[in-house]
Design a protein around this ligand. Structure first.
Ligand code: CA
Length: 359
């Protein structure tokens, strides 16, 4: 209701503003200046740009009155300190990936992505209409934060390998840069996961200090040049089937906003969520073509490895569910949703998307 009345008002402002001089935003609404801390460096251009894009849209929708200044990772808040900073009110809002905070509560991972979980489309279905956003907001509320979906990379790639992986056995002792849940799974499969920051991956791969590294997908991976030192490019990144980024807003600050500003933020966040996925989908194919021309060799992960990884993921979910009631509650509902999505997408969407015309 709130959103509809705002849009109606904003629309009227555009349509008849000149004739009636009725402003879209009431004259007595305050000028509000916020800072948004991003977890991402500007070098991840598609991801970083979501923050300035949201700020620009919010400003446009509020006649320039609600101003949000975005800061890249490390400028005012460390990349992984965004949730803490928003919770404490050091900054009013942030743009981050909630799975960075699984050390606080593993349930945060549902807000971003889960191994063998939902794709971008399915994640949006779960968040907006499957009870996901409500479940995540319950969790975020305990951190004095309200969260909004804020972008998606789509299914990530599985990473760059110096040598071919032909079966599960080839993972034994393999040193791979892969953080988080994916790293935990790789460890159970016999690999040795490493956590290495973006800029340090290339030299480690080049020197052979690591044998493999995952990052994002063609558009971002190309810029870091991995194809020059590890030519086997694996897919899919089964640990990140549809990573959703999130905007965080400090609840005290949120509650102080005029309702038009709340709507502006909500609308701009939804737009950012849509546009980031669309942009990656436009950027990745030409990047992949260039990588292949430069010598990258595409490989699908061996089936025995994917099957083993799936079994490990299910085991990790069961273990976490046994010790974390919140995780269990979200997982049970999410898991039912995932099964329905899997069955539905298999029918029309996947068949259409994977159709190959006869040559
Ligand atoms: Ca990744």
């Amino acid at each position: 209701m709130e959103r509809r009345s705002f849009l109606k008002k904003a629309g009227l402002g555009v349509a008849v503003g000149a004739a009636s001089a009725a402003p879209a935003i009431a004259a007595d609404t305050p000028v509000i200046k916020w800072r948004m801390a991003s977890s991402f460096p500007k070098s991840l251009d598609t991801i970083w740009n979501v923050a300035p894009q949201l700020a620009q849209r919010v400003e446009e929708l509020t006649d320039g009155k609600f101003q949000i200044r975005p800061f890249a990772a490390g400028e005012i808040v460390p990349g992984l300190g965004v949730l803490d900073a928003v919770q404490a009110g050091t900054v009013e809002c942030g743009h981050s990936a909630s799975y960075y905070y699984v050390g606080k509560d593993a349930s945060f991972a549902f807000d971003t992505t889960m191994p063998f979980g939902l794709t971008a489309r399915q994640q949006n279905a779960w968040l907006y209409f499957g009870g996901g956003l409500e479940a995540m907001r319950e969790l975020f509320k305990t951190y004095n934060i309200i969260n909004f979906p804020g972008g998606n990379t789509g299914t990530q790639m599985g990473g760059w390998f110096r040598k071919e992986v032909k079966s599960l056995a080839d993972l034994k002792g393999l040193k791979m840069r892969i953080p988080g849940f994916g790293g935990k799974i790789m460890a159970e499969l016999g690999a040795v996961p490493q956590t290495i920051a973006g800029n340090d991956i290339y030299p480690a791969l080049e020197k052979g200090a690591i044998d493999a590294a995952e990052w994002v997908g063609p558009h971002d991976d190309e810029k870091l040049g991995f194809y020059k030192v590890a030519k086997f490019y694996y897919y899919p990144g089964f640990w990140e089937p549809g990573p959703t980024l999130s905007f965080y807003v400090n609840l005290d600050q949120w509650n102080k906003l005029p309702k038009e500003y709340k709507s502006a933020f909500e609308v701009a966040a939804a737009e950012a969520n849509l546009l980031m996925a669309a942009k990656y989908d436009a950027q990745n194919p030409p990047a992949l073509n260039r990588l292949i021309k430069s010598g990258a060799q595409l490989r699908i992960y061996p089936k025995d490895m994917l099957d083993a990884a799936y079994t490990v993921a299910e085991k990790l979910y069961a273990e976490e569910s046994a010790k974390n009631p919140r995780f269990k509650k979200i997982f049970d509902s999410w898991n039912r949703f995932r099964n329905d999505q899997r069955n539905w997408f298999k029918v029309a969407e996947n068949t259409m998307a994977s159709f190959t015309p006869k040559k």
